[in-house]
Write a protein that binds this ligand. Structure first.
Ligand code: PHE
Ligand code: NA
Length: 446
């Protein structure tokens, strides 16, 4: 049996894991969810969730993966051979499947926009950008074939393997993303009237918070870090036993927060400068970006570069969504990787079609007032992710052998000999209680 590869370096792992985290969550979803949930105050709550729950939980997932070196299902089985904990692996795999099915829709849109930016037809037409967005996303054939193409690229990279596929791609894509993002931020901040956008982003006004803001902030912080679905368990299982985890998790969270902040600084000043509504929903990014570049010297060149970068950001997250499923199926046998990457990818495509059509022919088919797309997003991001986070917290807090936890953590700093107690308290009590309170809140129980 040909064994799975490993990451070839620690930085390769961090870039791949940060690549999984940094994606549509930070760049596409965050600005519009923040706008519809209350602006700057939402951002503050999001920050608290990211630092006090997201970071410790990310560390917990890394510990599970690295200490077992196994895929999401077998990792839980290895630590807890009896009981039902391995169902947590199934839950993560299923959630990843659902996320991938709507994630690939946006991936497809980005491909379509990328194509149009190449031919120049993104800037030169006689529609306003919001109508162009509607036209593009309502075309059933275009969106489904773009979605398929996006999935095919993901399959291609994942089928190549861990260090030769995912790591190599991320190592090139992530640094490029940061550098070009900075250019965008500078342009946006120097637009006329930009300061209003900055104020909107950074000045919390708690009166503006909507009723559901806290659940959205929580779900969004988990989604942005790729936690709660054992994707990070899978990625850290390919990590060398000697590598340290605390620093890695801090690096991943910091890079992710940095991107979220850059996205805020790129989008809101432009939104206010052009007099748009920040609450425009899923189309926000796709309407704002062309508007910025239209007014910029060499705008059409920059637009091409940017669409490519958003594609990178989205792809690197899609890799991890496919990887966890493939890893669970092949169970470390690298010779099966290729075949199952293709099979799983196609299944995701089939399930994803209704999500793709949610902005066109199937936009009237709703359940609980939500289209397929919204339903998949809501179910995964605001229900399944928090459940996953809750259970993983309990698992590491209660079931993971304490001596082994101390041993894993002390590899990098002796502080953990004492500090683990606090960490376990956080995992046992604080995180589960907070998640439950927020969770019951959405169902109107509290
Ligand atoms: N973190 C990714 C993003 O923000 C989405 C994701 C969630 C990826 C869960 C993997 C697992 O775009
Ligand atoms: Na990504």
């Amino acid at each position: 049996m040909k064994q799975e590869q490993q990451w070839s370096s620690k930085i390769g792992f961090i870039l791949a894991a940060a690549g999984s985290a940094i994606g549509l969550g930070a760049i596409w979803k965050f600005p519009y969810v923040m706008a519809t949930s209350g602006g700057g105050a939402f951002f503050l709550i999001f920050l608290l969730f990211t630092i006090f729950i997201g970071l410790p939980l990310l560390l917990a997932e890394l510990i599970i993966g690295r200490s077992t070196g196994k895929d999401a299902i077998r990792a839980y089985k290895t630590i807890a051979p009896t009981g039902y904990w391995h169902l947590l692996g199934y839950l993560g795999t299923a959630t990843s499947f659902i996320i991938f099915s709507f994630y690939s829709v946006i991936g497809g849109w980005i491909l379509l926009y990328f194509g149009r930016s190449l031919t120049g037809s993104l800037l030169h037409h006689n529609l306003v950008f919001s109508d162009l967005f509607k036209e593009i996303t309502a075309n059933p054939l275009a969106v489904t074939s773009a979605q398929l193409l996006f999935i095919l690229i993901t399959i291609y990279v994942v089928a190549k393997g861990v260090s030769t596929g995912i790591e190599k791609a991320s190592q090139f894509m992530m640094p490029a993303l940061f550098i070009l993002f900075l250019v965008l931020v500078v342009r946006s901040l120097t637009l006329e009237g930009a300061s209003e956008g900055v104020r909107y982003f950074l000045m919390p006004d708690f009166n503006k918070l909507t009723k559901d803001a806290v659940i959205y902030a929580m779900g969004q912080s988990f989604f942005c870090l790729s936690i709660g679905v054992s994707v990070m368990v899978t990625y850290s299982s390919y990590l060398d036993k000697r590598e340290t985890l605390t620093k890695s998790s801090i690096s991943i969270v910091s890079l992710n927060l940095l991107t979220t902040i850059l996205a805020g600084f790129a989008i809101f000043p432009a939104v206010f400068s052009f007099g748009m509504e920040p609450t425009a929903g899923p189309g926000l990014l796709f309407v704002v970006l062309p508007s910025i570049f239209e007014q910029m010297a060499f705008g059409s060149v920059f637009l091409v570069i940017f669409m490519a970068l958003f594609l990178f950001a989205t792809l690197s997250s899609a890799f991890s969504l496919l990887e966890i499923i493939v890893a669970v199926i092949v169970k470390g046998d690298a010779s099966k990787r290729k075949k199952y990457s293709w099979i799983v990818g196609f299944c995701v495509f089939l399930v994803g079609i209704p999500c793709s059509l949610s902005f066109g022919p199937m936009s009237d088919m709703t359940l609980f007032g939500k289209t397929f797309f919204d339903l998949a997003d809501y179910l995964a991001s605001y229900i399944l992710l928090p459940i996953g986070v809750f259970l993983i917290s309990i698992f590491v807090g209660y079931r993971f052998p304490r001596a082994r936890l101390v041993e894993e953590l002390c590899k990098e700093s002796a502080w953990w000999r004492k500090g683990t107690v606090y960490y376990v308290m956080l995992l046992r009590y604080i995180i589960p209680i907070v998640v439950i309170i927020v969770f019951l809140n959405i169902f109107g129980v509290l």
